[in-house]
Write a new protein. Structure first.
Length: 546
């Protein structure tokens, strides 16, 4: 029987191999996301020395919350329309495959080789459909290593998923033997990681013969051709099950997209895990540079070379002053500059207002070297200029506010007009609320910044263009003692009684740098006798003009 397994070599090319590549991507994605979702632990039965293995959800696992498809559609996917288009088209292809499964129930096979030849013929007949499935999964994989797992979730596959899941794929490179195994799985030729369907049927029939006549079992001739029809039935069942659950997964993705489209405009804030917090005192730099946007839509940076030079200088200066996190203004960065910004980042985070994407989203990115594929924040409330009219469509609004758990605390980004409209959604939920802006109405934003820090336990950081000025930081300090020092250093105006601690005026280019305490966001009352022992929420404020 083992010799007949060699016929599988006929399948390791063309459309059949593409199906194996598809399954390999699904298993790699599943292995990776399962490792991130679960934290394996060893526990002891109370009152005994008996130990047992257990696993608990990680913070990332809680974010996914047992429904990877919902998580991806609602909180990770940045282009719902393209996902819907590609998913619907791939679903139609899988339906055509299911309608024309290679097997004819009335066909009687007299050899295993003839089954393999028909499987190959079936794959070649449906080369276009299999290629579309492979390209769809590969497209997801290029978006994120986690993305292909939406076609292989426990929620959809349930128990049939177990036999595929037991085959662990964790290598970064595609091993030829692993690819062959995946091809056999997808085509129903394997029933378990170490069991071929053919051999499984052989042993089942052999055991049944032994059960019926144990004494004469070994002496009774066994016609191997008897195994072929039953093997065919099991392969038929396996491959039918495989495409059934691929089909069900695609249908569930579409249902989640439809649910997403019916959701109210603004969803509740969604937590995004980047890393564990590692610092209690975080140094923030907020940037103000003179740059101008075009009057056409979507607006573009007019002088890109000069603006790029200013951005790089501001980041370098911020890092020179030991800033952990740097905030840039809205629409101040062209996406092509991101690799150079990453090179400057080191172990820092840069919040960058980036040019519009191809779907007309106003985008803000978290750029770092220690985390990949961080979900972008899209602007939700357009400015008057960004709203569409009868002549042309305007900005495409986001639907979600993200709370990013980073090593520098919990942060959220509200791009320009989102701040006054949505800041109440984040009451007591974040350490920092960053407001990248290109905004003339700075006074209103300053009023909101003061009100927010006065009423809620968080800091507000605004970055704006030097054309309008108003880049500033907000936090609770002791007005009697700290305000005088800030006025003396030129950070505050003499008659400003708000919790705006430092501001860059119009036409000033530079940065504001300060240390923020994540554990104590308000000054201590009553004041301690020894001034050196007082824990200040905000200190070491510097206003640096270029």
């Amino acid at each position: 029987m083992c010799d007949e397994i060699s016929y599988h070599e006929h399948l390791f090319s063309g459309a059949a191999l593409n199906l194996g590549k598809t399954h390999l991507l699904l298993l790699k994605s599943n292995s990776e996301i399962e490792q991130q979702i679960w934290d394996p632990q060893t526990e002891t039965v109370p009152g005994t020395t008996i130990k047992f293995s257990n696993r608990k959800l990680t913070d990332f696992g809680k974010e996914v919350n047992h429904d990877i498809i919902h998580w991806w559609v609602f909180y990770k996917e940045n282009d719902i329309e393209i996902l819907l288009t590609k998913t619907s088209s791939t679903l139609n292809s899988i339906k055509r495959i299911r309608e024309d499964l290679f097997l004819n129930k009335n066909t009687i096979y007299d050899s295993y080789e003839s089954i393999i030849n028909d499987i190959k013929k079936f794959a070649e007949t449906h080369d276009a459909e299999i290629t579309e499935l492979y390209e769809y999964v590969n497209w997801l994989n290029e978006k994120s290593l986690y993305a292909p797992s939406i076609l292989f979730t426990r929620k959809v596959w349930r128990s049939p998923r177990l036999k595929y899941e037991r085959y662990q794929v964790i290598t970064d490179s595609i091993d030829e033997d692993v690819l062959k195994d995946c091809t056999e799985f997808a085509l129903g030729l394997r029933d378990e990681p170490h069991d071929y369907t053919l051999l499984k049927i052989y042993y089942e029939i052999d055991y049944e013969r032994w059960d019926q006549d144990p004494e004469n079992h070994r002496g009774t001739p066994f016609n191997h051709k008897d195994v072929v029809p039953f093997t065919f039935i099991q392969i038929q069942k396996n491959i039918s099950t495989y495409f059934k659950y691929i089909c069900n997964s695609l249908e569930y993705i579409i249902s989640k997209i439809e649910e997403y489209d019916e959701t109210v405009l603004i969803l509740p804030p969604q937590n995004i895990y980047v890393s564990e917090r590692t610092k209690n005192i975080v140094r923030i730099a907020t940037v103000q540079i003179d740059f101008e946007l075009s009057d056409d839509f979507p607006p573009k940076i007019i002088d890109q070379e000069t603006t790029k030079s200013k951005i790089k200088k501001a980041i370098s200066e911020s890092i020179l002053h030991n800033a952990d996190l740097v905030c840039l203004p809205e629409l101040s960065v062209h996406e092509s500059w991101i690799p150079e910004i990453k090179d400057l980042c080191k172990d820092k985070i840069v919040i960058a207002g980036v040019n519009y994407d191809n779907q007309k989203h106003n985008v803000c990115k978290l750029i770092s070297n220690f985390a990949e594929s961080i979900t972008d924040q899209f602007k939700i409330y357009p400015s008057d200029f960004e709203e569409g009219d009868e002549v042309q469509s305007g900005m495409v609004s986001g639907k979600k506010i993200f709370i990013y758990q980073t090593k520098f605390g919990k942060i959220s980004i509200m791009i320009c007009r989102d701040f006054p409209n949505l800041r109440h959604n984040l009451n007591e939920k974040v350490d920092f609320l960053f407001v990248p802006s290109y905004n003339e109405a700075k006074e209103r934003f300053h009023e909101d910044g003061h009100t927010h820090v006065q009423n809620y336990n968080s800091y507000v950081i605004i970055a704006n263009t030097a054309i309008y000025g108003g880049t500033s930081i907000f936090g609770i300090v002791n007005k009697k003692t700290d305000f005088k020092k800030m006025i003396a250093r030129g950070c505050k105006d003499k008659n400003d009684n708000s919790y705006k601690l430092c501001e860059l005026k119009a036409e000033e280019e530079g940065i504001i740098v300060a240390d923020f305490n994540l554990d104590y966001k308000a000054y201590q009352v009553p004041t301690k006798i020894n001034p050196s022992s007082v824990t200040k929420p905000v200190k070491n404020i510097q206003k640096i003009i270029f």
